[in-house]
Design a protein. Structure first.
Length: 468
């Protein structure tokens, strides 16, 4: 409540200053606000977004620009005068600038790169040269490095000289004359050491690094395991190229999570905020999976056609088809979602497939038994009500066999659903595909088709020669 009142007050003050037209007052007002509050103003007052950016000091404008949505960043860069756009882009950290540029069409990137000064242009072109989704796209060349023969006093002189432009000075990197990474040392170790002590005496040779061409998800896992704020990025020859910071990894994790959720829901990854993506592009992202799922569901009709004679002889079996199909699909969707999430956070790997299979077979057996007992009980209670003349008799004298058929089918279908839902993501991962594409709708469709086969196969076992 307090936060909402403060934001409301900031909006009122901003509107009053805008109406007054006092640029100096606007400059002072914006420079006094929190970065996040200024970002909210940019989002709420679209007609003034470029004015807000140009009215602040360059450092604060960069800080606000970094946390805005890509769609807003594109609008602002388009609206700004070339000189101001150049100033903003030149002062953006290289990794943030690269993230922004890679979202733009090639023609726009070429024009904006021309605005960069020679040094920043060289850095940006280097970062853009790495494959999309590689760690090289995330790294920044702004870091502090020293040599093994430097003293602690010399290290602090280097920090004072270069630390201002560095992404972080929590960790100092040690390289040799060839540029090879030797170690990384926390700043606290230098602070607690005497000035004359050499860097080589503080080294423990236990450096953890990332490869520039590795996938960004690899970095996420390594950060999680080692509890670091930043990690060095090296070439295949172990030359230090840059560093990746935890804020970039959190952004990657958020992007990956969004993509996986969209894929699990049965769509292609949107790659942009929902309201910003063009309508027909949104349709293209969704229609492909819907067509695939629709064609897959046609197999369900084929399976049912195969058992037409059985359905004609015992029409009561048709009443339970939605029950059987939905139970199998739901259990498969559950298992698929759990396994995809566990794989995404590193809780299980491909090598755990046997443990997962055993666990899901047992889970399917228990869950299927629970649903089977409920289904069996429902038919039994229904029969008792029919015996008392409360409702119409729809099961006939073979009600007990029908109950056993439904109960047993639920066990079989739920077991198959959990097994399919758990093994499909692992199989896709093994084949090099994204496990998230084994979406819940896809698993449900697969289990629908096979569930019909399981149901009527069990029905034939119990009712052959009696109803069938």
């Amino acid at each position: 409540m307090q936060l909402e009142m403060e934001q409301h007050l900031i909006r009122e003050q901003f509107e009053a200053i805008i109406q007054s037209g006092d640029r100096q007052q606007l400059h002072n007002f914006l420079n006094d606000q929190n970065i996040s509050d200024v970002a909210v103003l940019v989002e709420e007052f679209e007609e003034h977004e470029s004015l807000i950016i140009t009215s602040m000091s360059t450092n604060r404008a960069v800080s606000v620009f970094k946390i805005l949505d890509t769609s807003i960043q594109k609008r602002i860069i388009h609206e700004l005068p070339p000189a101001k756009a150049a100033e903003l882009l030149n002062n953006l950290p290289p990794d943030d600038r690269t993230d922004f540029l890679e979202e733009l069409p090639g023609s726009a990137v070429r024009e904006l790169i021309k605005l960069l000064n020679p040094e920043e242009r060289k850095i940006t072109l280097s970062l853009l040269g790495y494959p999309e989704n590689s760690i090289g796209r995330l790294m920044t060349p702004d870091y502090v490095y020293v040599y093994p023969d430097n003293t602690v006093e010399e290290v602090f002189a280097t920090i004072r000289k270069h630390g201002k432009d560095s992404e972080t000075i929590n960790v100092i990197y040690v390289i040799n004359e060839q540029g090879e990474l030797l170690d990384d040392i926390r700043i606290r170790d230098f602070i607690l050491s005497p000035p004359e002590k050499k860097v080589s005496e503080l080294m423990d040779d236990r450096v953890i690094s990332l490869k520039a061409y590795d996938d960004q998800e690899t970095a996420s896992e390594i950060f999680k395991m080692n509890n670091r704020d930043a990690l060095p990025v090296v070439s295949n020859l172990n030359n230090l190229l840059g560093i990746v910071t935890i804020d970039d990894i959190l952004w990657v994790a958020s992007e990956e999570y969004s993509e996986d959720i969209q894929k699990i829901g049965g769509t292609s990854a949107l790659g942009a905020p929902y309201l910003d993506i063009p309508f027909f592009k949104l349709i293209r992202k969704r229609v492909g999976w819907l067509i695939i799922l629709f064609l897959s569901e046609l197999l369900t009709a084929t399976a049912m056609a195969y058992f037409n004679d059985e359905i004609a002889k015992a029409t009561m079996l048709a009443m339970f088809i939605p029950l059987i199909m939905s139970s199998g699909g739901n259990s498969g969707s559950q298992a698929s979602t759990l396994i995809i999430q566990a794989m995404a956070v590193g809780e299980i790997s491909i090598g755990d497939w046997w443990r997962v299979m055993r666990r899901e077979i047992l889970s399917g057996l228990v869950l299927g038994t629970v649903l089977g007992i409920i289904g069996f009980t429902r038919i039994t209670l229904w029969h008792e009500l029919m015996q008392q003349g409360i409702i119409e008799d729809i099961y006939g004298p073979q009600w007990l066999l029908v109950a056993f058929t439904v109960g047993s089918s639920l066990i079989g279908v739920v077991m198959w659903g959990t097994l399919s839902g758990s093994m499909l993501p692992i199989a896709l991962k093994k084949l090099g595909a994204d496990p998230a594409v084994s979406s819940a709708p896809f698993v449900a469709t697969l289990v629908d088709v096979t569930g019909i086969v399981i149901y009527f196969t069990i029905a034939l076992m119990f009712l052959r020669g009696i109803l069938l």
